[in-house]
Design a protein around this ligand. Structure first.
Ligand SMILES: Cc1cc2nc3c(=O)[nH]c(=O)nc-3n(C[C@H](O)[C@H](O)[C@H](O)COP(=O)(O)OP(=O)(O)OC[C@H]3O[C@@H](n4cnc5c(N)ncnc54)[C@H](O)[C@@H]3O)c2cc1C
Length: 426
């Protein structure tokens, strides 16, 4: 009995030693199993982030989940609306991204379980992640402006997500009479691309001036000041005198309800019946951010600006329009810069290191006419949990610049788009 026990114990110890040895053999390969980083959203933020992750650490297992096989970019979509550019120039595919070793999943991510670190996809399958990057862009708040919902958008296009809506607004401008009124409704901040509505007003004014010169454009604004305001207004005076009317919040510019059946826009001061109504409604982070639990009551996502990691849910990073970035505007340039910072932080965190505090740059170009560009630039660093301006860095185009400087800025704007498109999508 005793002997038997000894034998059993010897056998047990031998078996345990063998198991330990096999574990010891197994553990290096386990340690080497590549970390899984999933990126949701294949726009400027998400696609940049997937690429930067693989560039910084080619051993990472990177998956890019994005709703469509083709991305339609918003920058320069105002030129499509004004008839000076084809929509095809806005379209990008993910083929080059996939060729770079990134797994591409072309479907909607529908659920996220931060505890299990899993993502539920539209086809019912599941993806696992060690770190998740969310770059879902914006969703429109269809509940925020009485009368404006998804159905209303087919009469009063927002064109704030590029594609079908861009073309709809274009067709409406083509169909309107010479002498009609176009209105652009602008929400309160924060929203995607702060100078975007005023660039759009400028390029539509260019179209009206050259094709339907008896027409007018009215901007109904929920704000009293806007990005590059002095530059825009000086250019409007020079290029489109009497054509554009800007109605600020304090002058009754805030639209309180709309009626798509009659193309009517109501403010506290007036009722505007217009021929073309471009209604840009209030916005929030793309819905998947809320599902993941990374939005706060503002509808946007608070982050640690050093790592872009959510302050609410660990292991989830939020970049681009969806995040609360302080002084950094919601732009493609910002999304791209945040994506690179975030990728660096993720690689550091996976290696057990602490990410270093970054400095990021943004430049927003706007076209006021096809050969007339203006810009605003900024440099930012983390301060008090947000990105803050580095005082004295950046600035706007000079107010009194001659026309050849404006023409050069239009060229810089176009080359910026070519460059970022090539960098992000290949
Ligand atoms: C008219 C206009 C002009 C602009 N001009 C400029 C400019 O000149 N310069 C500039 O820097 N910026 C400009 N912008 C802003 C720029 O378009 C955005 O800031 C930028 O696209 C933000 O990138 P993002 O990655 O956050 O979101 P997006 O580019 O919107 O990408 C989000 C992607 O995620 C996908 N997605 C969302 N949810 C899911 C999900 N659950 N599953 C899978 N996929 C999902 C979406 O389909 C989309 O493809 C402009 C915007 C507008 C509207």
């Amino acid at each position: 009995m005793t002997q038997k026990n000894h034998t059993s114990r010897r056998e047990f110890l031998r078996a345990a030693a063998a198991a330990t040895a096999s574990l010891a053999l197994a553990s290096p390969s386990l340690a080497q199993s590549p970390a899984r980083v999933v990126v949701i959203g294949g726009g400027f933020g998400g696609a940049s982030s997937a690429r930067a992750l693989r560039q910084l650490d080619p051993s990472l297992d990177v998956t890019l989940v994005t709703a469509d096989r083709q991305y339609v970019a918003c920058p320069f979509s105002n030129e499509v609306i004004a008839g000076d550019r084809a929509i095809e120039a806005q379209q990008f595919t993910y083929e080059k991204i996939a060729a770079g070793g990134i797994k591409l999943v072309a479907q909607m991510a529908q659920t996220i379980d931060p505890q299990a670190r899993t993502i539920g996809l539209a086809d019912g399958s599941t993806l696992r992640y060690d770190r998740l990057v969310l770059s879902p862009g914006i969703d429109l708040r269809f509940d925020a402006l009485p009368g404006y919902d998804e159905a209303a958008a087919s009469r009063m296009p927002h064109a704030w997500k590029a594609g079908e809506q861009t073309l709809l607004l274009r067709r409406q401008l083509e169909a309107m009479d010479d002498g009609g009124v176009v209105a652009i409704v602008v929400p309160a901040t924060p929203f995607r691309c702060p100078p975007g509505p005023y660039e759009r007003a400028s390029l539509i004014a260019h179209y009206l001036k050259t094709r339907k010169p008896r027409s007018k454009l009215i901007i109904l604004d929920s704000k009293d000041a806007f990005s590059k305001q002095r530059l825009f207004q000086a250019a409007w005076q020079e290029l489109y005198p009497g054509l554009i009317e800007w109605v600020a919040l304090s002058q009754g510019g805030k639209v309180t309800s709309v009626d798509p059946a009659t193309n009517t826009l109501v403010t506290d001061f007036a009722t505007h019946h217009v021929q073309v109504a471009n209604v840009i409604p209030p916005q929030r982070a793309g819905r998947i951010a809320e599902i993941a639990g990374v939005t706060d009551k503002s509808g946007w996502c608070p982050i640690n600006p050093v790592s872009l990691e959510s302050t609410q849910v660990p292991n989830i990073h939020v970049i681009g329009d969806a995040c609360i970035a302080g002084a950094m505007p919601k732009s493609a340039f910002s999304a791209n810069a945040q994506a690179k910072t975030c990728a660096g932080a993720i690689v550091a965190l996976l290696a057990g290191a602490t990410p270093t505090s970054p400095k990021l740059i943004n430049t927003c170009y706007s076209l006021v006419a096809p050969d007339y560009g203006i810009s605003i630039a900024g440099v930012y660093q983390p301060r008090n949990g947000l990105f803050a301006d580095i005082e004295g860095a950046g600035g706007t185009s000079p107010l009194d610049a001659p026309r050849d400087v404006r023409a050069r800025e239009a060229i810089y704007a176009r080359s910026w788009f070519e460059t970022i498109g090539a960098e992000v999508f290949g």
